[in-house]
Design a protein around this ligand. Structure first.
Ligand code: FHN
Length: 415
């Protein structure tokens, strides 16, 4: 029996990683109207299942995902092994409704695991507990046979995913709510029993909180919401409006690269991760607009990744112009609002040993003014980076926020 790994030991790679790729891929890429199209259009099962006859993604699509993830500075990836529509992207012993046993003829999860490991990217598996094909999901109070069959499928398939694909680093449950009543999760799925089996098969694994038990990480969705000290967390977010491929979305419905970088840094400032989603198209390729956004984020990370990977909380109030991150002995000012040649940082107690503008490598002049203000000067008039500019600081002692006992004292320079 593997010795029980401590939570900190299991979470170490996750905190170093900070940035991952979420991949929502499946039959829904064919109708190209998001991953919920089967349910929202109330497409009869027999009609929807025919999509499997046309589902033949390009041979090199998985390698394109992982190459893009690498170039984006992402350190892990999470693939939908099976989403709510029940179609498996792997060779399941419990279902013929899979890529292996239909036109595709491939085990995409196996391709994904192989490509991730070859690229040094950690492997995450997304699994939807619920499956729309079971009437017991909708009529869970009256159709016990179907509900039990769906839960058995869930336990069987999670175990085969944890047994047959080597080391899995992150298990990403989803869809535990029965008929959209969110508080019916934990008991309905026997999540505690299931996760005990998972951890015996994968002792180092990180499990998310979406099977109804807390496990290892919180998973705020489409919002950066910091968890408390010591609790792992990860914001998952789309670049466009839908998780699964949508061919019809207007370009202006996609988040800008600046917004994505800001969310990434916001998560890192709170010791959290950012799981950013791509929805590959019917051929399995990442849509051009999503790929372009990721490569732009990757360019920023090439310059400033040292300020987010393995980040810790700075335990300082964010300045008016941006955010703090801290890595080791360095504090990083993530400057979103550029203020020209000098930058005032009020209400801070701490003597700066070194201040460097990372974009240029130039040392900055630091003056100490009233109201606990550090004034950084010798900055360029225009922001050197179009997104977030980073000033790396080393202090002579741990910096502290200066408390404002009298909120008006700053008026007379006495804060
Ligand atoms: O219903 C799913 C949705 O399709 C998508 O997979 C997201 C990703 O976190 N999770 C559920 C909605 O919360």
């Amino acid at each position: 029996m593997n010795k029980e790994l401590t939570y900190q030991a299991r979470m170490a790679w996750f905190h170093e990683a900070r940035f991952g790729m979420f991949i929502h891929f499946g039959l829904y890429a064919l109708p190209a109207c998001g991953e919920w199209s089967m349910f929202l259009a109330r497409t009869p099962l027999a009609e929807y299942e025919k999509l499997a006859d046309q589902f033949q993604p390009a041979a090199d699509c998985v390698s394109q995902w992982i190459e893009t993830a690498k170039n984006a500075g992402m350190k892990y990836a999470v693939l939908t092994a099976r989403h709510h529509d029940g179609f498996c992207l792997y060779d399941s012993a419990y279902s013929d409704y899979s890529t292996s046993k239909t036109a595709c003829g491939r085990d995409l999860v196996r391709e994904f695991c192989t490509a991730c490991r070859a690229a040094g990217i950690r492997v995450g598996i997304y699994y939807s507990l619920m499956d729309w094909r079971f009437p017991g999901y909708f009529n869970y109070k009256t159709d016990q046979d179907s509900l039990i069959a769906m839960k058995k499928q869930c336990h069987d398939q999670v175990q085969e995913l944890m047994s047959n694909y080597g080391r899995i680093d992150l298990l990403w449950y989803d869809g535990c709510w029965l008929n959209h009543e969110p508080d019916t999760c934990a008991g309905a799925w026997d999540a505690a029993e299931l996760n005990q089996k998972v951890r015996s098969l994968q002792p180092h694994i990180i499990i998310n909180n979406r099977a109804g038990t807390q496990e290892d990480i919180d998973t705020p969705e489409q919002v950066v919401r910091h968890s408390g000290q010591g609790r792992g967390w990860e914001t998952c977010m789309t670049i466009g409006k839908t998780w699964g491929y949508s061919r019809y979305a207007s370009p202006d419905s996609y988040k800008t690269s600046g917004e994505l970088i800001h969310h990434l840094v916001d998560a890192a400032s709170g010791e959290g991760n950012y799981l950013l989603n791509v929805g590959p198209d019917q051929n399995g390729y990442i849509p051009a607009i999503e790929k372009e956004r990721l490569l732009t984020v990757g360019q920023w990370i090439k310059r400033y990744g040292a300020s987010i990977y393995n980040s810790k909380r700075a335990d300082l109030k964010n300045p008016f112009f941006g955010m703090w991150t801290r890595v080791g002995e360095y504090y990083y000012l993530q400057v979103k609002l550029w203020c020209g040649r000098s930058l005032p940082l009020p209400l801070l107690d701490g003597e700066v040993a070194e201040a460097v503008l990372m974009a240029t490598g130039e040392k900055l002049k630091v003056d100490y003014a009233t109201n606990g203000r550090l004034i950084f000067s010798a900055l360029p008039e225009e922001p050197p980076d179009p997104y977030l500019n980073v000033i790396r600081l080393k202090f002579k002692q741990t910096p502290r926020d200066r408390p404002e006992t009298d909120p008006a004292a700053w008026l007379l320079g006495k804060a």
